[in-house]
Design a protein around this ligand. Structure first.
Ligand SMILES: [Zn+2]
Length: 473
């Protein structure tokens, strides 16, 4: 009897649980319908050279970025996002197309832009009836030929691509962005490529530094120019005799440039809010890579795959979605599939459809939609992949394997216990090495195939070409 009662009680509990689960599922479904965005516009803010760990929102000790923190309170904040490369080209290409960096190496004439066969986000949205506009301060990400990118090639799909702000500060980009807001009756895709805090780190004239104090002896340090260190490290230049205090001053200036960008982000967000656009807009903030300050023997970027240069911020403001921190690892490759998924198939001329098919129809995406995060659901585990020169890495949120595919060497870092990646634990974690190496090999086989060795050669050629042009990163 007791057993029977217990069974009955268990059955009742199970039934109750099922009812509750059903109610919960319905509730979730109801919520899902309610929370899915009806956003028409996409504003994509790319911040060149922005390290996640120098942002207050990501736990930095200095309040470099109060406006970004405020945006975080309204957004999904991906705490463990990583970029696909530590160099502007091809990191931006990967981000705008959801393809591996290797897809962009070896173009005829060393071209850097998006190849004709690989559609970028602007083309995809233009085909859906968006008015597409870009304002870029990057000497790389441009539509017309320039000194650092002789082929241009990033403008396909854009109705307008403004380059007046190249090498200029965030005030220029925001200033040129504002006239685009609310001007065209079509849905708007606005791509803003801010160059702060890219070096040289000196904030613009008239901006009062918040973090840099005093007057260092060395001229290049005062100017926030890391190039003398780069010439010494990589080109046989004279030893500039950089001290710990010099390095600290360069970091102070870098932080000041982040603060300068942040003020201009605030100005942009205020305009979006005042124009009533913010709640009709999917807003992304991402970075193409970070910056190294000799933590691992390098300066600037384009040199390694440590988190100094590939752990980047990622914020996604989705109208109607509950803001929260997302701990699961994600990649910049995920941004485009996520935006298309959230816009839904009926993005043209009307509100986004609810529950429409994922945009898997757009073949060739290597990232995945992060829509579950916007719906409060967990994201399935996924590896983060990155490439730079001959280096390839995969990370699973706890561990990162970095492999030199030219020399065959590899290193393993325990991101959970050694976020600075100071200690190679490869000899202690054989099973993890095998698991991650297999995953890395599978990715390379898919993305580079038998051309992996050739991919390295092409990557090194691309880097050499950039440096020959005087882009010393
Ligand atoms: Zn960059």
């Amino acid at each position: 009897m007791t057993v029977r009662l217990a069974r009955l009680a268990a059955a009742a509990l199970l039934a109750g649980w099922l009812l509750a689960a059903g109610a919960c599922a319905r509730h979730r479904a109801g919520e899902r319908a309610a929370v899915l965005p009806r956003a028409h516009n996409v504003v994509f803010i790319l911040v060149d050279t922005l390290r996640a760990d120098h942002l207050s929102l990501y736990g930095y000790g200095r309040d470099t970025s109060p406006n970004l923190t405020a945006l975080g309170r309204e957004s999904l904040v991906f705490q463990a996002a990583r970029s696909q490369a530590s160099c502007t080209f091809p990191s931006v290409n990967s981000m705008l197309t959801s393809r591996s960096p290797s897809a962009f190496l070896g173009q005829p004439g060393g071209a850097m832009g998006l190849p004709a066969g690989i559609p970028g986000l602007a083309e995809l949205l233009h085909a859906r009836g968006f008015h597409t506009a870009a304002v870029s301060a990057s000497p790389i990400v441009r539509t017309s030929p320039g000194r650092f990118n002789p082929g241009g090639g990033y403008g396909r799909g854009f109705d307008s691509f403004q380059e007046d702000c190249v090498w200029k500060g965030a005030d220029c980009v925001t200033g040129q962005a504002l006239p685009h807001l609310g001007r065209d009756p079509r849905p708007l895709f606005l791509y803003l490529h801010y160059l702060d805090p890219h070096g040289p780190y000196a904030p613009p004239a008239g901006y009062r530094p918040r973090f840099a104090r005093g007057r260092p002896d060395k001229d290049f340090v005062r100017r926030g120019d890391p190039n003398p260190i780069a010439r010494w490290l990589y080109q046989g230049g004279a030893d500039p005799g950089v001290t710990a205090a010099d390095l600290a001053y360069l970091v102070d200036l870098y932080d000041d440039k982040i603060a300068f960008f942040d003020a201009q982000l605030g100005r942009l967000l205020a305009a979006l809010r005042a124009g009533g656009l913010l709640d009709d807009t999917l807003l992304v903030l991402a970075a193409d890579h970070g910056e190294e300050f000799l933590e691992h023997g390098d300066v600037k970027h384009c040199r390694n795959l440590f988190d100094t240069t590939i752990r980047t911020p990622l914020l996604l403001r989705v109208p109607g979605a509950r803001p929260r921190a997302v701990a699961e690892p994600v990649e910049n490759l995920d941004i485009v599939p996520t935006l298309l998924d959230l816009l839904g198939p009926a993005a043209v001329g009307g509100p986004a459809a609810v529950g429409g098919p994922a945009p898997a129809a757009v073949a060739g995406f290597e990232g995945r939609s992060l829509r579950p995060a916007a719906e409060g659901r967990p994201l399935p585990p996924r590896l983060q992949r990155a490439a730079q020169g001959a280096l390839r890495s995969v990370a699973d949120g706890r561990l990162k394997l970095v492999r030199d595919v030219a020399g065959g060497r590899f290193a393993l870092y325990d991101l959970a216990h050694d976020p600075g990646e100071k200690r190679d634990v490869a000899s202690e974690r054989r099973s993890d090495i095998h698991r991650l190496r297999d995953a890395l090999d599978a990715w390379l086989a898919r993305s580079e195939g038998r051309l992996a060795g050739d991919g390295v050669r092409r990557a090194e050629e691309a880097a050499r070409r950039l440096r020959a042009l005087g882009y010393l990163d």
